[in-house]
Design a protein around this ligand. Structure first.
Ligand SMILES: [Zn+2]
Length: 202
């Protein structure tokens, strides 16, 4: 990809708030981050909330690349960039293009181990720690975004890694229905292509 390559319509909107990502399809989201010619995105950025559109690169030999365009880039956008790069590595992307920076993750080791998320709507606490789930995440290009219990939107999951397995938790873990995982495998958010090898975690 070069700067001269025209981008297709953004496929997802990423919201980064306090280091946490939420990914939503852009179909029902107005362009520009809620209107106001970017004023809303600027207002949110002033409060540490960053909005970005992501474009998937579908052509070429390395299709698993993301182009990230912040709707407004304030001086503190670096934390949001880091959160997006960490997420991209966990979910199987090889490169992340920002307006002024390319992060090549080709040789980076993607995380494995325990991941979890709490549903902000019904409070169900979902956790996973197996190879099948990680494969589905990297095939799909993202963690599950819908709570199987209430249907509400889930933020992207927190990666705890293998260190926290068996740690005490205030709420019992729930496991995603395997049918949800199977659906992720068949419903790709990104085009087919080489994806990072998933290391076994025992
Ligand atoms: Zn829920």
């Amino acid at each position: 990809m070069s700067d001269g390559t025209p981008l297709q319509s953004p496929t997802k909107r990423i919201t980064v708030r306090a280091g946490k990502l939420t990914v939503a399809a852009t179909g029902c989201i107005p362009r520009g981050g809620g209107g106001g010619g970017g004023a809303v995105a600027r207002e949110l950025a002033g409060r540490g909330v960053h909005l970005a559109d992501i474009h998937l690169i579908e052509a070429g030999e390395d299709p698993n690349e993301l182009v990230v365009r912040f709707l407004f880039e304030g001086s503190d956008v670096d934390q949001a960039k880091n959160a997006i790069v960490d997420w991209a590595l966990a979910t199987g992307y090889a490169r992340v293009w920002f307006r002024d920076e390319l992060c090549d993750l080709t040789d980076a080791l993607p995380p494995t181990g325990r991941v979890s998320v709490s549903c902000p709507t019904c409070s169900a606490h979902w956790a996973e720690n197996d190879l099948e789930f990680w494969e589905a995440v990297r095939e799909h290009g993202g963690f599950p975004t819908t709570c199987p219990a209430c249907g509400g939107t889930l933020p992207q999951w927190t990666v705890h890694g293998s260190d926290s397995v068996g740690s005490s938790r205030a709420r019992p873990d729930l496991e995603m229905p395997r049918s949800t995982v199977a659906t992720m495998m068949s419903d790709r958010a990104r085009p087919r292509g080489a994806r990072p090898t998933v290391e076994g975690n025992g």
